[in-house]
Design a protein. Structure first.
Length: 393
């Protein structure tokens, strides 16, 4: 069995699948301890090296990584390895040796594990902000790579894909969703050369290509395969009930399944969900999610509710105006400003024609004194819930 090796920072490191990791670990253990180990037991000891009671429990919750973000390293799990080794029938002497050799081997080759849920959180974070900030990253991730590797591409080693494929084959919706995020077409795919599809079809028809024509055909083929994998895993995750996948399916493929469920928890802002609902022509869902956004303190959602959805309920509209005041926004104030023809802020030094941009303030018929009290009270109650939520965060 041949393992690919790469160099990073002057250190040579293995790039392997899970089977190759088990084979390499077995060879190293046997050479270092003089004992013989069953291959099935190696998997159990690998899991124990990261604190898991069994390989099955590791596979259900986490995947192996190489030189990337990780929840756990093997350096502190020697006692767990020793105990597990004894449980599966090895002598205390062999178990003690394995408890030193195996964690050291894994550490030297930068093998770690990451919970699938945290991998998904990281991949979503990378896609949303481009990896330029550490804000809102999962708290228990240990960053073990330098800046050159601190992005999603650094995670995508064969061993990680192997683990995700295994978990997905057992019906793990998060594993399917992680694979969908990994294979999701990026912005660069939108700029694919016009000739790519043509040359791809030429190759499919049996024409032998070379040079740039072959490169274009290969790029198109790779993007096509990636897109197919993305859609397959996204649909599988959605079929298994993964809420973020259902929402992505609505966003990318106009599938309404997300909105046909009664659930309200999703790892996206309510305003974004409302925007997707509007695009799918679902005004009731858009109103529902805009209301959730407004009740979380989103003043833009409050404005949109007043203008588009709650304009037949004057007291409710004033409730949003009063709530906006409480979060520091005056919806009744005009927001006009000078702009250039292209919409950018007007700069005197540049000169040229001046246009007016912005928007006017909300104008509402005044409420009676009694209804105003009710509207302000409702706004205060919502604001108190927002404040309580921030306090708990």
């Amino acid at each position: 069995m041949r393992l690919t090796r790469i160099r990073r920072g002057g250190n040579e490191r293995l790039v392997m699948t899970i089977k190759e990791l088990a084979y390499s670990a077995q060879q190293h253990l046997e050479a270092s301890t003089g004992a013989r180990y069953k291959r099935a037991h190696i998997y159990e000891l690998l899991a124990a090296s990261f604190g898991f009671n069994s390989y099955a429990s590791l596979g259900a919750d986490a995947v192996f990584t190489e030189a990337s973000l990780t929840n756990r390293r093997a350096s502190s799990s020697g006692l767990v390895v020793q105990n597990r080794c004894i449980e599966i029938g090895y002598s205390p002497e062999v178990a003690k040796a394995a408890s030193v050799v195996l964690p050291t081997f894994l550490t030297e080759h930068e093998i770690g594990v990451i919970r699938i849920a945290d991998l998904v959180a990281h991949l979503r974070f990378e896609s949303e902000v481009g990896g330029d900030s550490d804000d809102d990253e999962p708290d228990d991730l240990e960053d073990t790579v330098d800046d050159r590797w601190a992005n999603s591409a650094a995670l995508i080693f064969p061993i990680l894909l192997d683990g995700l494929d295994g978990a997905a084959s057992k019906g793990n919706p998060l594993a399917h969703y992680a694979l969908a995020l990994i294979h999701a077409p990026g912005d660069e795919d939108d700029g694919q050369e016009a000739g790519s599809e043509h040359w791809y079809k030429q190759a499919q028809a049996g024409r032998v290509l070379s040079g740039v024509e072959k490169e274009w055909a290969d790029v198109y083929s790779a993007n096509l395969a990636r897109t197919e994998k993305y859609e397959h895993h996204l649909r599988e995750a959605a079929r298994l009930g993964q809420q973020d996948a259902l929402l992505d399916l609505a966003d990318r493929f106009d599938d309404p399944a997300f909105f046909e469920q009664a659930r309200t928890l999703v790892n996206s802002t309510p305003a974004l969900v409302a925007e997707i609902a509007e695009r799918l022509g679902r005004p009731n869902d858009a109103r529902k999610w805009l209301t959730a956004a407004a009740e979380a303190g989103d003043s833009e959602a409050m404005r949109q509710l007043i203008e588009d959805y709650d304009n037949d309920d004057l007291q409710r509209c004033w409730t949003w105006v009063y709530l906006a005041e409480l979060v520091g926004v005056d919806l009744t104030k005009d927001e006009y400003h000078a702009i250039h023809e292209d919409g950018s802020p007007y700069v005197d030094d540049v000169g040229g024609s001046m246009f007016v941009g912005g928007r006017g303030g909300i104008e509402l018929v005044p409420l009676s004194a009694e209804r105003e009290v009710d509207a302000r009270r409702a706004a205060q109650e919502i604001f108190q819930r927002i404040d309580d939520a921030y306090s708990r965060a």
